[in-house]
Design a protein around this ligand. Structure first.
Ligand SMILES: CC(C)(COP(=O)(O)OP(=O)(O)OC[C@H]1O[C@@H](n2cnc3c(N)ncnc32)[C@H](O)[C@@H]1OP(=O)(O)O)[C@@H](O)C(=O)NCCC(=O)NCCS
Length: 223
């Protein structure tokens, strides 16, 4: 699956080869096709340990790592009292502006689909200004939190706690390992690491935008 963000970036995801066809060159063939189609467009992906050697051979380099965390939220460690509420249609322009600033590219075509794709979409506010937003979308038995965009780790915590209160399902999300304080808070609340992936880029030194305020991707498949 290739998700285009214009000439600045495309994200690759859902690279899967059936086990009975493994190690016969299918993964490499699929990836070469994507690279040929992409031309000069920089690419990014979240690589599992299985996929990473192939992507390295094809010119991808690691820019960061990400922890996939999962569990039932226990509400043990409190979140700061940042006001969080369900998003409304009127919030959309402000959400898009904040997302563009922090993701670094225009994701209008993806973000405008979030209200239908997700079960919950929440915004954090400070004095009437939107300072963060997050969605929870259903996947198998979990709710996956993503995107998670926030001014600071405390706002990210408030958004996660608010989404946790809205669901009975276990939560899953993917948090950049550089967000150490958010990761330890999540673990205190029963959300633990189940896998680590490598955030890789090709034809650009690093992802655009501001990783400090980007806490989780929309999905690992779409960046
Ligand atoms: C990763 C995956 C897509 C590779 O597909 P594939 O068709 O088996 O890969 P290829 O046959 O094209 O192999 C390409 C290279 O990748 C590396 N590779 C593939 N599978 C590997 C494995 N199990 N262990 C170590 N290296 C592996 C090898 O370097 C291989 O080259 P070689 O066979 O010439 O040594 C496939 O194993 C898969 O679907 N895994 C589960 C899902 C997954 O992890 N997807 C990646 C998401 S980012």
């Amino acid at each position: 699956m290739v998700t285009s963000y214009g000439p600045g970036l495309a994200a690759i995801g859902m690279v899967l080869v059936a086990e009975r066809y493994a190690r016969q060159g299918l993964g490499r063939r699929l990836m070469r096709h994507v690279l040929a189609e992409a031309g000069d467009t920089p690419l990014t992906l979240y690589a599992t340990a299985n996929g990473q050697p192939l992507y390295e051979q094809l010119g991808f380099t690691e820019t960061s790592r990400s922890e996939m965390v999962r569990g039932r939220f226990t509400f043990t460690a409190p979140a700061p009292a940042v006001p969080v509420r369900p998003a409304t249609a009127e919030d959309l322009p402000a959400i898009l502006r904040l997302d563009h600033e922090i993701f670094g590219l225009d994701r209008t075509h993806m973000i405008t689909r979030l209200p239908a794709f997700s079960d919950h979409l929440r915004v954090a506010e400070d004095g009437g200004e939107i300072i963060g937003f997050a969605a929870a979308w259903p996947n198998m038995d979990t709710h996956v939190i993503g995107p998670l965009i926030a001014r600071d780790p405390g706002t990210a915590q408030a958004l996660i706690a608010s989404l946790a209160a809205a669901t009975d399902r276990p939560l899953r999300t993917d948090i950049d390992v550089r967000h150490t304080s958010l990761l330890s808070w999540a673990k205190e609340n029963g959300i633990d690491t189940i896998a680590t992936t490598s955030v890789m880029v090709r034809s650009l030194p690093d992802l655009p935008g501001d990783w400090r305020r980007r806490f989780a991707p929309l999905t690992v498949a779409a960046g």
